[in-house]
Ligand binder design. Structure first.
Ligand code: 5GP
Length: 185
């Protein structure tokens, strides 16, 4: 699907599909015989989660959380508000957090701390995109899809002002999109 607002496709639909198939195989093996709960963070992580669970061949429970950061979106204080908590009790279960992207790592670090307090049997992270250049807190990432450079990406769950989440690939937005918005302010 071509989109005029996209300057460049960074990761194609086929590359994502292949990687998810690979990750699904590894996760199925490593969690075989365990009570696996996969937790996705709304809204960005949902597309990745939906594809990933379908490449997993063992029984799995899925659950969702919604969080929002305090203050403006550019503020990376790491203080987040839980808008929707898990429905599942994760005590003594193997939790795998499924995230779209890790940037500074502040959001995930908060999530990990909050879920760890519930004493799961295991707590690991599976992330599609790793923007490690901007990392502030070091995080244990067990499963990773792709490394991305320090650019703002959209597509495959990731948005710019709630748009572009439905693109089947990950791409870089045209500068004209921001410039138009600024001009209209
Ligand atoms: P962190 O707390 O790791 O800095 O930020 C994680 C969140 O910031 C992600 O879940 C995502 O919502 C947002 N984010 C970080 N980098 C990007 C990006 O390149 N594109 C988009 N659309 N969101 C991003």
């Amino acid at each position: 699907m071509l989109n005029d607002d996209i300057e460049k496709v960074l990761i194609t639909e086929a590359e994502i599909k292949y990687k998810i198939h690979e990750l699904g195989g590894i996760i199925s093996n490593e969690y075989s015989g365990k009570d696996l709960v996969m937790v996705s963070v709304l809204r960005g992580g949902v597309i990745f989660m939906a594809d990933l669970v379908r490449s997993i061949s063992i029984p799995v429970t899925i659950d969702f959380m919604a969080i929002s950061s305090y203050g403006p979106s550019t503020d990376t204080s790491g203080v987040v508000r839980v808008l929707k908590d898990l429905e599942e009790n994760i005590n003594d279960r193997h939790v795998l957090i499924v995230e779209d992207i890790i940037d500074t790592g502040l959001t995930l670090s908060y999530l990990l701390r909050s879920l760890k307090a519930r004493e799961p049997a295991g707590l690991d992270v599976c992330v599609l995109l790793d923007k490690s250049a901007r990392r502030i807190v070091d995080l244990p990432i067990k499963y990773k899809g792709f490394d991305v450079p320090d650019v703002f990406v959209v597509g495959y769950g990731l948005d710019y002002r709630q748009k572009y989440r439905n693109l089947p690939y990950v791409g870089i937005l045209n500068k004209s999109v921001y410039e138009e918005e600024w001009a209209n302010l």
